[in-house]
Write a protein that binds this ligand. Sequence first.
Ligand code: ZN
Length: 313
Amino acid sequence: MGAGLSVTLGLVGLPLAAVAHSRSVDVGLSTQDWGDWLADAGKAAGIETLFAAAGGALGLGLVRRFRRNWWAPASVCVVGLGIASLWLFPVVIDPIFNRFEKLPPGRLRSEVLSLAQRAGANVGQVYRVDASRRTTGTNAYVNGLGHTKRVVLYDNLIDNFPDDQVQSVVAHELGHQKHNDIYRGLAWLALVAPAGLFLAQALAERIGRRAGLDDRSRKPGPAALPAIALSLALVSFGGGIASNLMSRRVEASADAFSLQLTHDPAAQIELQRRLAVSNVADPDPPRLLQLLFGSHPTTLERIGMGESWARKR
Ligand SMILES: [Zn+2]
């Protein structure tokens, strides 16, 4: 049932995804032809279907077993899955889509290590990913837990951006490591998951009347899954808005850390400008969109931060 839902929703969304791909080819952001794109979409759909099937079975099992308060064991599962996926994604799922290489010994690697030393941050491994096989966009991120902890830099960044701007990016990612943002993200999940799932249960019991979800003396069958999935989706949407609010603050603080470490606001400002151009991003998106979906401060805000840091010095 979970698999069926996932495939159906995937098929419904496919035309929209195709339009998005065709537009990103038009503006020069995507480097994939239709064959590559379809292969990626197929792989992603396969993985999603697998997860949906497992998630659906697990979810329904919990609902049937803990008829009154399934939200409680479900929150424990959500946090457990969050930890497992942070730990395993970089080594199990990510390599299905891209090639990751450890930075070879050389100037960039030494610069990264010396920045990390100055920052007093445990950087984990630093990888270069072949993002250019899919996009001309530029990015970098931290992920992983324990021994899978890593900083990942897009090849587009390493190959096309000047040294001082690459350092500004690396310093920002080191800020995330130094502030333990991944652990703080997990703590946030542990905090909001129980509340969110409590709400989702209440919602599912209203939406899923016809499948018998409101009657706590009955064990519902697979017909209850769409109502549960819809409730989870609605609650996640709300949770996502709250998480973005937190994320914007976390990102601003990583920017501040980067400025403190590099003392180079000019590089930070030029970097933000070039990132926006390379990612075809709106430097100053509509207020409401930024409030709901913005995971980072806007480009203008980030440039403003560099300007005000420079002025204070
Ligand atoms: Zn960041």
